[in-house]
Design a protein around this ligand. Structure first.
Ligand SMILES: [Zn+2]
Ligand SMILES: [Zn+2]
Length: 143
């Protein structure tokens, strides 16, 4: 089974359709303070790379959340659509907007050091701290 696949998804009100050519089958959870504030809990996403097509752009709002990344959502229904790195255009798309979950594996967690103590996933995952993540993407982006 290939590691990536084509996936289709849409927001809750259907004003926006997303199509990802190379969506990973690996789901990651981000526990950082910003993601938890944005979504109310850990942010579970699929790395879709730069090849993401969005229909219904007129309903898309983009929030500039940090010097290196932005977050997209539907301005009609509020569905979160992506966290995107500005430079690489790498899209992390919430797995919940896609149809079908059978082939997905939840196997990594990031900003594990920002996870509050009151919850914990039982899945066996590779966990990384914020420092490890910034080191992976280039440390100049930290803070
Ligand atoms: Zn919508
Ligand atoms: Zn996060």
């Amino acid at each position: 089974m290939s590691d990536v696949t084509e996936r289709e998804g849409h927001c809750l009100c259907n004003a926006i359709q997303i199509s990802a050519k190379n969506a990973s089958r690996h789901v990651g959870a981000c526990h950082c303070v910003m993601c938890r504030r944005w979504g109310g809990g850990p942010f579970m996403t699929i790395d879709c790379g730069p090849e993401v097509a969005i229909d219904g752009q007129e309903n898309l709002s983009i929030f500039d959340s940090s010097p290196w990344a932005e977050r997209g959502f539907c301005r009609q229904c509020g569905t979160h659509l992506f966290y995107r790195l500005k430079e690489s255009k790498q899209h992390f798309v919430p797995m919940g907007i896609f149809d079908g979950t059978e082939d997905l594996a939840f196997d990594h967690q990031v900003f594990i050091d920002e996870k509050p103590d009151f919850y914990e996933f039982v899945n066996k995952t590779k966990d990384m701290t914020g420092t490890e993540i910034f080191a992976m993407y280039g440390s100049s982006e930290a803070e």
